[in-house]
Ligand binder design. Structure first.
Ligand SMILES: C[S@@+](CC[C@H](N)C(=O)[O-])C[C@H]1O[C@@H](n2cnc3c(N)ncnc32)[C@H](O)[C@@H]1O
Length: 550
């Protein structure tokens, strides 16, 4: 029997779908280039100038494309509307008149309007102020950021990825360095044009992300009096924070000396500190690391987190680390699997640039545990970054049991820090300044050592000798706490032991379909548990609905 005869119609359809899938992925770069073409032709600006909507004829005129080529632009716009970068409408009465096709900005292309008046730090602050009342604010432009991503020397790297991977030195010599003969950071340092382009791109992204952070998660900054933005570049994120949260009295931007040397002068409330985060991070109530850890491999991330622990370790009411970075595979409630999977490309992008990594939650957890942090809380967003908060109490890496992984509770605030303690430049030795907050903050309630020592510290200062003993004890208690708490962290991700069997044996679906659903359920423990508990007919309904969504 011939091969063809063994396949029914369904298999043929599957083959054709696989064929289409491969073509679309192999030509995925065409999408990037269509986007670049629209930027080169300044289509978003033209649409903006025309009030958000323009005909093909208007776009042709503004782009100075000769009439003979009008169909090329129509075809580029067709691909981009399919990508939902633009929207399209066509008056049926003018169906034969291509020039009458009308295009509109979408939420995506609105971010690409260069003339947006919102590209300033003040807008992020304004957004924060508006956050409570949910007022509309202007949209920041990320045009420099997106333009940076579609540059030839960004894209060309990826041609050599396979070859580079075969090289044993790949762990220490990035793909970027292999191709451009100089690492990305060195290129940024040595070449002023490159540096300007890099920071313009970063700053544009940062304005947007910080606007979202201060609007959506203001509680993250509650009670903080001093903050260091580690690797804070030219201070764009820090400026948004001080403008939005006046209770932060001291805000320091720490970055490499040559970066802070070029930071714009005169942002009220900001100071700059040139240094190396692998060596020392200045002390503060809170440290922020935005788009920092994804630039480094796991060992380097652990080193940075250890420096962070030292920098907040002396904060008797519990210093805090705020990480704004990607958590792969995470999603906000209304995101689907497809949206979630699309972000995996970010990992290969950062790998190609700096040998960095975008991480799944378990990879983050490994870093935190290795650096001596215990619990953390992740707030997922519908965007690329998530916000990870970690708080240590008692000075040596022990946090709370209450705010374990993926909890929806906010971490406790540190608002009750004794006046003046938060403003000190160097870490306070453990227990030398009293804090009344340890037992009161919700995040401290599970912390045996922190609360009892906190009340002891209120009574008197410790002698050096006592401090030495207590610090040693703290280490021992922390080790014990780590040993006790470690299994809890692991358990929270356990999937139901019967999930695989239950899911894969449901009749009426192909193995591929069931596997797609199983993958989702394994990644989403709560959903997986719920699925196991459903009646069989409801499981079938759930599978159908899930498959229809992706
Ligand atoms: C991807 S950028 C992020 C900048 C900023 N946090 C933001 O989100 O806009 C990474 C930053 O880390 C800084 N950096 C790299 N190595 C560093 C080091 N050893 N110490 C301090 N900063 C460093 C870079 O100069 C750069 O500004």
């Amino acid at each position: 029997m011939g091969h063809q005869a063994q396949h029914g119609t369904d298999d043929t359809e599957e083959l054709l779908a696989a064929h289409r899938q491969l073509w679309c992925h192999a030509l995925g770069y065409v999408k990037s280039m269509a986007l670049k073409c629209a930027l080169d032709l300044r289509i978003p600006d033209t649409l903006d100038r025309c009030g958000g909507s323009a005909t093909l004829g208007e776009l042709l005129a503004a782009s100075e494309i000769p009439a003979s080529n009008h169909d090329y632009l129509r075809r580029v716009m067709r691909t981009l509307t399919a990508m939902r970068i633009f929207a399209v409408s066509h008056d049926p009465a003018k169906a034969d008149d291509a020039a009458a096709i009308s295009y509109q900005l979408t939420p995506a292309s609105r971010l690409l309007v260069s003339s947006s008046s919102s590209s300033s730090v003040d807008d992020a602050a304004g957004a924060a102020a508006a956050g409570a009342s949910k007022e509309n604010t202007t949209t920041p432009s990320i045009l420099p950021n997106i333009a940076h991503l579609v540059r030839p020397n960004t894209i060309s790297l990826l041609f050599s990825m396979g070859e580079w991977m075969k090289d044993e030195s790949a762990a220490s010599v990035s793909l970027y360095e292999t191709v451009h003969r100089q690492g990305m950071w060195a290129c940024v340092e040595d070449d002023a044009a490159n540096r300007a382009s890099f920071y313009e791109s970063m700053d544009a992204d940062t304005r947007l992300v910080m606007q979202a952070v201060v609007r959506r998660c203001p509680h993250v900054f509650d009670g903080i009096k001093s903050l260091v933005d580690v690797g804070g570049g030219r201070g764009t994120a820090a400026a948004a924070i001080v403008a939005a949260f006046p209770h932060i009295q001291r805000c320091t931007v720490m970055d490499l000396p040559h970066v802070v040397a070029e930071a714009p002068a005169g942002t009220a409330g900001l100071s700059f500190h040139g240094g190396d985060m692998f060596e020392h991070i200045p002390s503060a109530d809170a440290l922020m690391l935005k788009w920092i850890l994804h630039d480094w491999d796991e060992d380097k991330c652990i080193k940075i987190m250890e420096r962070c622990k030292e920098a907040i370790g002396g904060k008797e009411a519990g210093g805090k680390v705020i990480i704004i970075d990607t958590v792969l595979g995470s999603r906000a409630d209304d995101d689907d699997d497809k949206t979630c999977r699309e972000t995996y490309v970010l990992d290969l992008h950062i790998l190609s640039f700096v040998n960095g990594a975008e991480r799944e939650e378990h990879e983050w957890r490994r870093i935190f545990l290795a650096a001596g942090f215990r619990d953390y809380k992740i707030t997922h967003t519908r965007g690329i970054p998530s916000i990870i908060e970690m708080q240590i109490i008692f000075g040596a890496g022990q946090a709370t049991g209450k705010y374990a992984m993926a909890s929806n509770e906010p971490l406790g605030t540190i608002s009750d820090v004794t006046e003046g303690a938060g403003a000190s430049e160097e870490p306070c030795p453990v227990g030398t300044t009293a804090s009344g907050s340890a037992g009161a903050s919700p995040s401290h309630s599970g912390d045996v050592a922190g609360s009892s020592y906190g009340s002891y510290a209120k009574k008197r200062r410790l002698s050096d000798e006592e401090l030495g003993i207590m610090t040693g004890l703290t280490g021992a208690v922390n080790k014990l706490a780590e040993a006790v708490q470690a299994p809890v962290v692991v358990q929270t991700t356990d999937v139901h032991p019967d999930l695989y069997q239950i899911c894969m044996s449901i009749p009426g679906f192909t193995d591929e379909e069931l596997m797609t659903c199983l993958t989702y359920l394994l990644d989403n423990k709560r959903q997986g548990d719920g699925f196991v508990k459903m009646e069989p007919k409801h499981r079938v309904l759930w599978l159908r609905q899930h498959l229809a969504k992706i």
